[in-house]
Design a binder for this molecule. Sequence first.
Ligand SMILES: [Ca+2]
Ligand SMILES: [Ca+2]
Length: 264
Amino acid sequence: MIKTSFTLILFSLAISTLSVPTLAAETTPKTDFPESFTTSATAKVGIKSAWYDNATTRYAHGVLGDAIEAGSLHAKTTDGRTLSVTLDTAHVFEDIKTRLADLDGDGRNEIITIRSHNQKGGQIAVYGVTASSPNTLSLVASTPYIGQTYRWLAPVGIADFNKDGAMDIAYIDRPHLAKILRVWSYKNGGLSQVAQAQGLTNHSIGHDYITGGVQRCGADASMITVDSNWTRLIKTTYGGGKLTSQDIGSYTGAASASAALNCQ
Ligand SMILES: [Ca+2]
Ligand SMILES: [Ca+2]
């Protein structure tokens, strides 16, 4: 009898030990875009993960390696609810991966996306959960459309680059054409542009990834991109109301940009 109980206890321990990683890991939901799934290990309330779904060919731009874009955005909350938004047919999410950040500092993540309109081109579109619509994803902030069809932007990332307490979103406006780094700050419930610099890019036509991103070395957040010729890695900081760029070495492919992101 005692032996049986002991075996049962051991068996229970084995089961619980086995179950821990399964329960702890956030599993990727079934979606047309599994690579778009992002999850936060630190979210305590609100949105914990996000992903795109509903593949569509209705916007045939194709700069991300194919002409298949997403028609819907989904999020899972820390209390287990799934929230969704489906775009009207004039729009797609022309993006690779969802991004989570707490833009307004209320302790809850927003989702930062690239949304494109079939006549007006791309924009940054931020979705979140509002008090008046707690069971859906609402558009809570956006940048203006670039203004023309088949014009795109590629995010560098989200951080409070100048440490003024307001979160900033950095992106390259038209990475194949204009090559302008723009920084927008979230203040008073909306986004406004605070700085820009020319001659920088982070995406080449056909790449299904964005090069560079936010470098976090110590307390500083910097923007890593390449120069307009794809030969040099450029680190840009935002402070004192302006952007300052520094050549930090040769760009020799994706690995060189990854090394820069890892403070090497
Ligand atoms: Ca928030
Ligand atoms: Ca800031």
